[in-house]
Design a protein around this ligand. Structure first.
Ligand code: ADP
Ligand code: MG
Length: 226
């Protein structure tokens, strides 16, 4: 059916598709995104979020600085049941610096809601303090593969209730030789989980990893500048 002309003049289709308000998100999150100055979705966000919010596996590639963290972060927050005090989301990052950045962004994105606990677990930090923090499970854990594997081995952490797993900078994690750790961690999660794989590049290794750890993933690639 043709749209009435006044509608076309008032709202060009492009702004409609790029608005966070069209996503099935709580109003409080839409308001929070506005406060953060996220007026419109970036291309990778508009391409991936509809699938992520449907619970689908997604393998997404877009250059650095394109807003990948918010793409999976908004998805992770939408998947969390706040009243369930178990680790429901795990975000693996290749380095401590990246894990810290991701945690910071997740906390900003979580400002609309109370009581979501986010814990960062990386190497180079005292184990003891992390063990203390794990006494009360965090809804979301962000960390590096080696340290997460350490905690799993020592029984400090279980991933039985994980519903969403994110591999951020998956290309770098593979380059840095983390594939054994990542595979071991994934083997301790339920197959019913949602798995998101984010990467700045899309080499053959990523495709292989996707085939191993994802189910019928949507493949999204944004090559153009934002
Ligand atoms: P990537 O992981 O793709 O390298 P980041 O997630 O680190 O990119 O995002 C880069 C920057 O863009 C961050 O400063 C982030 O706050 C900002 N950003 C993300 N999404 C939006 C948006 N929709 N509107 C404006 N800025 C955004
Ligand atoms: Mg990133």
């Amino acid at each position: 059916m043709r749209q009435p002309i006044h509608f076309l003049l008032k709202s060009p289709p492009v702004s409609t598709t790029l608005s966070f308000a069209n996503l099935p998100l709580p109003e409080e999150q839409i308001a929070n995104l506005n406060e953060l100055g996220y007026a419109q979705m970036t291309p990778i966000q508009s391409a991936s979020l509809p699938f992520i919010l449907q619970g689908k596996d997604v393998v997404a590639q877009a250059k650095t600085g394109s807003g990948k963290t918010a793409a999976f972060g908004i998805g992770v927050l939408a998947a969390i049941q706040v009243n369930v005090f178990r680790t429901q989301a795990l975000i693996l990052c290749p380095t401590r610096e990246l894990a810290d950045q991701v945690s910071k962004e997740i906390r900003r994105l979580a400002r609309f809601t109370q009581n979501i606990k986010v814990l960062t677990l990386c190497g180079g930090q005292p184990m003891g303090l992390q063990v203390d923090s794990l006494a009360h499970p965090a809804h979301i854990i962000v960390g590096t593969p080696g340290r997460i594997q350490d905690h799993l081995r020592k029984g400090n952490l279980t991933l039985n209730d994980l519903s969403i797993l994110v591999l951020d900078e998956a290309d770098r994690m593979l380059d840095m030789g983390f594939s054994d750790e990542v595979n071991d961690i994934i083997s301790q999660t339920q197959e019913s989980r949602q798995t998101l794989l984010f990467s700045a590049t899309y080499p053959a290794d990523i495709e292989k990893m996707s085939a191993r750890v994802q189910r019928s993933p949507e493949r999204i690639s944004v090559e153009t500048a934002d």
